[in-house]
Ligand binder design. Structure first.
Ligand code: GLA
Length: 743
C-alpha cells in the first residue's frame, strides 16, 4: 500500500531520476496546464508557459491533430527550456548570460505575461519573463507563418537596473534536438569558393559554426544549418530541421552534445570581442532565428526556406528577375561611354533586359583606375564618361533596357577625398597605424556613427534623385573589419563596434527602402560574402561568387540552394578560359549552369563569335519561357555533385505541376564511368509530360525522346536516359536542360 510517506519518497525518486536524465530534464511535476500552440501549414510547436517558471518546449514536430493535442504531454514532452539563462545551472550551454549592475552573474527568467496576436498571415506569441531579483526583462517572441512552414523566434532583453548591465551572451534561440543518428549539413567557403556543402554526424562535444569577418558573414561559414534527424542526409526523404539566423554580422551556431537525450542547438550574434551594455531603460533585440521542419528530406526543407523567403523575407520575392549583362569580367575598370553603349546594345540584341555598369566609373580628384583609390568619392569620372550618368540611363532607354550601377558605400580608400575630409570616419584602433585592405588602401567606414549612416544613405539618395532612371544597384562590400576601434563609440562601448556597425547598416537600408521601395538591389561582398537572410529583406538577390567557372558553380549553387531560392542566386555566363580557374568549358555548359539560377551574363559580347551570340540569344529566349518555373517553382535536388557519381542533377516544378525544368550536368570525364539514370521528382504522376530540350548547341543531334510524352509516374520511377559515351563534341562537360510540359 502506498501511504503518504511512501508516496513522498516515490515522488522524490521520480524527480531525482528526471534530474539525472540530462540537462534538459528538470525536477518538476508533470505540467498539466494546456500548452501554448503555434501552427504553420505542416508544423506544430507546443510550449509550456506557467507563471513563475521558465518557458519550456513541449513539442516540435509534424502538425498535430486536435485529437492528439491532449495526449502529447503525457506521451513524453521535450521539457527543454526555451531560452536557457546562465547562473542557476551553469554547465548546460546557455542562450543568455548577463552581469547585473551589482556584479551578480546569474539570471533566472520565469514567465510573467503571455500575449498572442493573430494576423491574417501569422500568429505572434510574446512571452515576457523577468528575473525575480532584478529589474531585468526578457521577452521571447515566436512568429508562426500560416501560409508557409516557418517559425521565426527572437528575444528582446531590457534592463531597468540602476547600474549598467553587461550582456555576455545574447543568442536568438535554443532548440532541443533528439539524440540519434543526427547529421548536420552546413556551408563553408571563401572568396571564389562560396557555399560549399559539408555534412557531418553530430557526435559528443560541440559543433561550432561561426563567422568573425565583421562586415560580410557568408565567407568562411554560413549562418544556416540543416539537421537530418533520422540518419545520413537524403535529398528527398527523411525528417529535416532547418534553421537560418537572419543576421548580417558576426554569428555563432553551436550544437552541444552532452550526456542528455537532446543536443542543444544555440544560435545568435557572436559575443566574441563583442559584449553589450544596457543602461537603465535600454533594450536589445536579437535577430530572428527562422526554423522549419520537413519530412521530405533536405530538398523539402529547402523548398520551405524558398517559399518563406519569396513570401516574407526577400525584397520583391514575388517579382521575376531581369536578365542582365554586368560589365565587370568584360571590361573590368576600363569603363568608357562608347564601351558601355556597345555592351548595352549587345545585351539588348541578345534579348537581355538590364545592363549593370560595375566598378570603375567614379572619382574626380582621384579617378578610379584600379582598386587602390577613390572609394568614397561617388562622383562620375568625367574623363571616362564625359556626358555623365544620365547619358548612360538614356542610352539604355534607347536600347530598350534598364540601367544599373555598382557602388561600395560602406568603404573608402585612404586615397580618396572622403578620407582626406573625414579620417575619423573609418574603423581602426585609436592611435594605431591604419590597417588597409584591398588595393593596399581600402578601409571600412564606421557605420555605427550616425554621421556615416547619413553619408551612406546620401550616396544612394543622391544617385537616385539625380538619376531616377536607375533601376538596379549592385551594392558591394569588399573588406572585413581588421583593426578594432571606433572614434565615435565611447571608450567603455568599444566592444559594441561590430553590433553597432550592423545596426547602422540596417538603419541605412531601412531608410533606402522607405524612399526607394521599387529599386532592385544586389548584395555583393567580394562575391558571395553576403548570402544571408539578415540582408535579404532589403536586397533582391546576391552575387553567388566571383568565380563564374561553370563546374565550380555547380557545387557552389548546389550548396547555396539549400537555403536560398533561385531568384536570389545571381548566376552569369562568362568567357573562357575562366578568369578565376582558367578552365575551358563549352558555352552550352556555361549557359546550362547559369540558367539554373537568376540568369545573367558577365563577359564582353564583342569578343563572341556570331554563333556564340546566336546561342546566347536563343538561350535567353528559352529562359524567358521557363523563368516562372525556375524562379517560383519547387526545387528538387536529384543527384548531388558531392556524391561522386559523375553527374549532378536537379529540377524545378511549377507549383501547379503543369511544367518542369530538368538539369543534368556531367562533372567527371573518366573513361569507363557509369552514370546513374536520374529519377525525376515533384511531378504529377497522373499527367503526361512532353520533353523538349533547351539550349541545343549548334549541330547537336536531337535526343531520342525529343517531343515524346511520358507520365509523371514513369519519369519519377525511371527518368530519361541521357547520352553517354565520349566524342569530340560530347566532352566531360556535357549537359542537358529539358523542359517538360504537361498535356
Ligand atoms: C568585387 C565583386 C565583383 C566586382 C568587383 C569590383 O570583387 O565581387 O563582382 O564588382 O568587386 O571591384
Amino acid at each position: 500500500m502506498i501511504n503518504q510517506r511512501n508516496m513522498k519518497k516515490l515522488l522524490l525518486s521520480i524527480l531525482l531520476l528526471a534530474a539525472g536524465a540530462g540537462a534538459f530534464a528538470q525536477p518538476r511535476a508533470l505540467d498539466t496546464t494546456p500548452p501554448l500552440r503555434l501552427d504553420t501549414k505542416n508544423m506544430t510547436l507546443l510550449l509550456s508557459a506557467r507563471e513563475g517558471q521558465a518557458l519550456r518546449y513541449v513539442y516540435l514536430g509534424e502538425r498535430l491533430s486536435d485529437k492528439d493535442l491532449a495526449g502529447v504531454r503525457y506521451a513524453g514532452a521535450l521539457n527543454a527550456e526555451v531560452y536557457p539563462a546562465y547562473g542557476q545551472r551553469t554547465m548546460q550551454g546557455d542562450a543568455v548570460a548577463v552581469t547585473h549592475g551589482d556584479g551578480n552573474m546569474s539570471l533566472e527568467l520565469p514567465v510573467r505575461e503571455i500575449r498572442t496576436e493573430e494576423t491574417p498571415d501569422a500568429t505572434l506569441l510574446r512571452v515576457e519573463t523577468k528575473d525575480p531579483l532584478y529589474e531585468f526583462y526578457v521577452t521571447i517572441f515566436f512568429k508562426a507563418w500560416k501560409d508557409v512552414d516557418m517559425i521565426e523566434t527572437w528575444t528582446e532583453l531590457r534592463s531597468g537596473e540602476k547600474k549598467p548591465v553587461t550582456l555576455r551572451r545574447f543568442d536568438s534561440a535554443a532548440l532541443p534536438i533528439r539524440v540519434g543518428d543526427v547529421w548536420a549539413s552546413h556551408l563553408y567557403g571563401t572568396w571564389a569558393n562560396e557555399g560549399r556543402l559539408v555534412q557531418e554526424p553530430l557526435t559528443r562535444g560541440t559543433l561550432k559554426i561561426e563567422n568573425k569577418d565583421g562586415v560580410r558573414n557568408s565567407h568562411t561559414s554560413h549562418a544556416e544549418v540543416m539537421f537530418s534527424l533520422d540518419g545520413k542526409p537524403q535529398e528527398n526523404s527523411g525528417t529535416v530541421l532547418g534553421a537560418a539566423l537572419c543576421y548580417s554580422g558576426n554569428f555563432h551556431l553551436e550544437v552541444i552534445t552532452g550526456d542528455s537525450d537532446y543536443h542543444r542547438f544555440l544560435a545568435g550574434i557572436s559575443p566574441d570581442n563583442s559584449t553589450l551594455t544596457l543602461s537603465r531603460g535600454e533594450s536589445f533585440r536579437t535577430p530572428e532565428l527562422a526554423f522549419t521542419l520537413s519530412t521530405e528530406g533536405l530538398s523539402g526543407a529547402s523548398r520551405n526556406f524558398h517559399d518563406w523567403a519569396r513570401a516574407h523575407r526577400i525584397a520583391h520575392g514575388d517579382k521575376e528577375r531581369k536578365i542582365l549583362l554586368n560589365s565587370w569580367e568584360g571590361v573590368y575598370f576600363d569603363i568608357n561611354e562608347a564601351g558601355m553603349d556597345q555592351m548595352m546594345g549587345d545585351i539588348a540584341a541578345m534579348g537581355g533586359e538590364l545592363f549593370v555598369m560595375d566598378d570603375g566609373w567614379f572619382g574626380d580628384k582621384y579617378p578610379r583606375k584600379n582598386d587602390s583609390s577613390s572609394l568614397g568619392d561617388w562622383v562620375v569620372d568625367r574623363n571616362k564618361l564625359p556626358h555623365g550618368i544620365q547619358w548612360l540611363v538614356d542610352a539604355a532607354g534607347r536600347h530598350g533596357i534598364d540601367f544599373g550601377i555598382w557602388i561600395e558605400p560602406e568603404m573608402a580608400n585612404t586615397v580618396s577625398e572622403l578620407y582626406e575630409k573625414h579620417p575619423d570616419w573609418i574603423i581602426n584602433a585609436p592611435d594605431r597605424s591604419v590597417v588597409q585592405g584591398r588595393g593596399g588602401t581600402q578601409v571600412v567606414l564606421d557605420l555605427g556613427n550616425p554621421a556615416v549612416q547619413d553619408y551612406v544613405f546620401r550616396i544612394v539618395d543622391d544617385l537616385m534623385t539625380q538619376y531616377p532612371g536607375i533601376k538596379y544597384i549592385k551594392w558591394d562590400a569588399n573588406m572585413n573589419v581588421s583593426s578594432h576601434g571606433s572614434s565615435y563609440l565611447k571608450a567603455d562601448r568599444q566592444s559594441e563596434l561590430y553590433i553597432r556597425y550592423h545596426q547602422g547598416f540596417a538603419a541605412v537600408c531601412d531608410r533606402i527602402r522607405a524612399k526607394y521601395p521599387d529599386l532592385t538591389i544586389q548584395a555583393c561582398a567580394s562575391g558571395g560574402g553576403r548570402a544571408n537572410y539578415g540582408v535579404l529583406p532589403w536586397f533582391d538577390e546576391f552575387w553567388v561568387s566571383d568565380n563564374t567557372d561553370a563546374l565550380q558553380r555547380i557545387y557552389m549553387q548546389w550548396g547555396t540552394s539549400y537555403f536560398f531560392p533561385s531568384i536570389a542566386m545571381a548566376s552569369h555566363i562568362s568567357a573562357v578560359p575562366n578568369h578565376t580557374v582558367y578552365r575551358v568549358t563549352p558555352l552550352k555548359y556555361r549557359i546550362d549552369v547559369a540558367m539554373s539560377g537568376r540568369l545573367g551574363m558577365e563577359l564582353q559580347p564583342k569578343d563572341m563569335t556570331p554563333e556564340e551570340i546566336a546561342q546566347c540569344k536563343q538561350a535567353i529566349a528559352e529562359y524567358k519561357q521557363i523563368r516562372p518555373t525556375v524562379q517560383f517553382g519547387d526545387l528538387y535536388r536529384l543527384v548531388s555533385p558531392y556524391d561522386n557519381r559523375g553527374i549532378a542533377s536537379l529540377m524545378y516544378c511549377a507549383k501547379d505541376k503543369s511544367e518542369a525544368v530538368f538539369y543534368w550536368w556531367r562533372i567527371e570525364n573518366f573513361y569507363d564511368s557509369h552514370f546513374p539514370r536520374v529519377k525525376m521528382a515533384g511531378l504529377d504522376p497522373d499527367r503526361m509530360y512532353t520533353a523538349y530540350e533547351l539550349d541545343k548547341a549548334p549541330g547537336q543531334r536531337p535526343l531520342s525522346f525529343e517531343g515524346k510524352s511520358f507520365s509523371g509516374a514513369f519519369l519519377m520511377a525511371n527518368g530519361l536516359e541521357m547520352p553517354g559515351g565520349f566524342s569530340r563534341d560530347l566532352t566531360g562537360y556535357a549537359s542537358r536542360v529539358l523542359r517538360l510540359v504537361a498535356e
